[in-house]
Write a protein that binds this ligand. Structure first.
Ligand code: FAD
Ligand code: FES
Length: 526
């Protein structure tokens, strides 16, 4: 079986090894999460003279930033003609300006810190493969013209297969994300920021003049806190109604000759994104896509099969077992723009999430916006990205469809699950949610054949987790929390592990599960 968690970026770039927090600490700003958002914010605030503590549950870049495909572009996942209809021409123009500022900020760091991350300016092509996709492409070209971006329709799209037409964006960019992130964090740490890895934040309280950041290793007191954990862990419910977690998939395969150095995005559903990257003397093509909502695909090997079929059909190439395959999480906001700013009802706690597939630029922009808000009390983007905004959220059609899912999972996931007869059938290295002895259990069989069980009830807000066979994780379909086979948190918003449970002694035959509980309440464990 291929390795499904082998990202191109992990090659030849060793992990960071910063020590965990030990004891208590007081700083000006605590930043939770060392991905692109947290590291960029830490660097900007430290460079402005603030005492900064950056706290990471695992290792720097082990979250989604380590899994990105790093297209740095003004071509947002939510098309500009949609953004204009929701935020007006000025709002959409400011959104585009934010992407440009982020690209230039990355270019500035790469240049000033001499980061060997292969940052380069490339064109980007949004393309219609079929004639039926042309109206969508033309609507976008029209919107782009209104906004004054440097992009134009073209019949010349440098892909190895025919396409109907493309919209070429000038002066986009790309880089090696892991090399960039590690150099940036090293610069911040060298110049005075405190960095703590393997330190999980379990709660944030705001009272009086200082916020209290509780971790599993000690307490950090800070005037301001930036929650850059991918999703807000400080907000139990409200913000999560505006966000949906999707998984997206990528493969990277070697090519004898370099492909066109450009970014490509198709208009298919599900869509694909493509680019090339040279590492050492090897030329790779990276193709991504096949997104689905977290916890909703029964077999997470299937999106990889779809991507491999796409590569075979379009590039005439088999993806070998030794090539790279990986997947990760993107957080989609219901109205198309990220949620960045003060958390609702907070004065000193800031959140940043909802980047869609543009999280490297949106994460950089979020760090710039939050730094400005903390340092200067304002940012030009405050209103546009305000996480408490109601309009146009309420009018976005997807607001309804995304948010029916939460109660759906609370109710539907209480329908019968396989019982004890399925226990023996769980292969080594796999897991399944079963109904055993009248209770639901998330059962995992390790490589030695030993079984262990957890409560399958997500510790965020109580949906039932699902097994992800390629990542070997328990994934929650409601707001995207993920847990390792032993229940430890991999992705928030959950901050607490799944509870360990004993596997009950089972009689020869098993009764049907008890009647479903009320939505929002898990059945009590006997
Ligand atoms: C396959 C794939 C392709 C993508 N392609 C692109 C692309 O081409 N262009 C683009 O712009 N974007 C892309 N993205 C999106 C982009 O990579 C992400 O949106 C972005 O990296 C998110 O950055 P972040 O800093 O918000 O989160 P992360 O990088 O996930 O960082 C959050 C960090 O917080 C830590 N954390 C979480 N909870 C806690 C806690 N309780 N205590 C302490 N630490 C905690 C996590 O361990 C993690 O390290 C892609 C994503 C994927 C998965
Ligand atoms: S992530 Fe919210 S209930 Fe699981």
């Amino acid at each position: 079986m291929p390795n499904y968690t082998n990202s191109l970026w992990s090659e030849a770039v060793p992990s960071t090894t910063y020590a965990p927090l030990s004891g208590n600490l007081t700083v000006d700003v605590a930043v939770v999460g060392a991905g692109i958002t947290g590291v960029t914010a830490a660097r900007l605030l430290q460079a402005a003279g603030r005492r900064v503590a950056l706290v990471e549950a695992r290792r720097v870049g082990k979250g989604e930033t380590g899994k990105t495909t790093a297209h740095l572009t003004e071509a947002l996942d939510t098309r500009y003609h949609t953004l204009i209809s929701r935020f007006g021409v000025d709002g959409a123009r400011l959104a585009a300006e934010g992407q440009r500022l982020a690209i230039e900020q990355i270019a500035t760091f790469a240049r000033d810190l001499q980061i060997p991350c292969d940052f380069r300016r490339v064109p980007g092509y949004l393309y219609a493969e079929k004639r039926s996709e042309l109206p969508e492409l033309e609507a976008e070209a029209h919107a782009i013209e209104k906004l004054g971006l440097a992009a134009a329709l073209t019949g010349d799209v440098p892909l190895p297969f025919p396409v109907a037409r493309g919209l070429r964006f000038e002066n986009q960019a790309t880089f090696h994300p892991r090399v960039y992130l590690q150099a940036l964090v090293e610069a911040a740490a060298r110049d005075g920021a405190r960095l703590f890895e393997e330190t999980q934040v379990v709660g944030i309280e705001e009272s009086g003049s200082l916020c209290r950041v509780n971790t599993d290793r000690g307490v950090i007191m800070a005037r301001d806190v930036i929650v850059a954990a991918g999703v807000p862990i400080s907000n139990r419910f409200l913000l999560h109604t505006k966000l949906a977690a999707y998984r997206t998939y990528a493969v990277a395969f070697e090519q004898p000759a370099p492909a066109a150095d450009a970014l490509f995005w198709d208009l298919a559903d599900p869509y694909h994104y493509t680019r090339s990257q040279k590492i050492g003397d090897r030329n790779y093509v990276i193709v991504g896509g096949d997104d689905h909502k977290v916890g909703e695909d029964e077999d997470t090997a299937v999106p990889f099969i779809h991507l491999e079929n796409h590569v075979r059909e379009k590039f005439g190439r088999e993806v070998a077992a030794t090539d790279y395959r990986w997947s990760g999480q993107i957080i989609v906001p219901v109205d198309g723009l990220p949620l960045v700013g003060r958390n609702s009802a907070s004065t000193h706690i800031y959140v940043a999430s909802g980047y869609s597939g543009n999280g490297i630029t949106n994460g950089t922009l979020a760090a710039m916006v939050l730094s400005d808000q903390i340092l200067h009390g304002k940012s030009r983007f405050t209103e546009l990205l305000d996480p408490t905004r109601i309009k146009p959220l309420a009018s976005a059609r997807s607001f309804i469809s995304e948010n029916v899912d939460f109660p759906k999972h609370l109710i539907q996931d209480r329908l019968p699950h396989p019982g004890p007869e399925a226990l023996a059938a769980i292969p080594a290295g796999e897991g399944q949610v079963l109904s055993l002895g009248g209770q639901r259990l998330a059962v995992y069989r390790n490589a030695n054949g030993e079984l262990s069980a957890l409560s399958p009830v997500c510790t965020h807000l109580g949906c039932l987790v699902h097994w992800n066979t390629t990542e070997k994780s328990w994934d929650c379909p409601c707001h995207g929390s993920r847990f390792d086979p032993h229940g430890r948190v991999l992705n928030g918003p959950a901050v607490t592990a799944l509870e360990a449970r004993p596997i009950p002694d089972l009689p020869e035959t098993e009764d049907e599960p008890r009647a479903p509980a009320m939505p929002g309440q898990e059945q009590a464990t006997p």
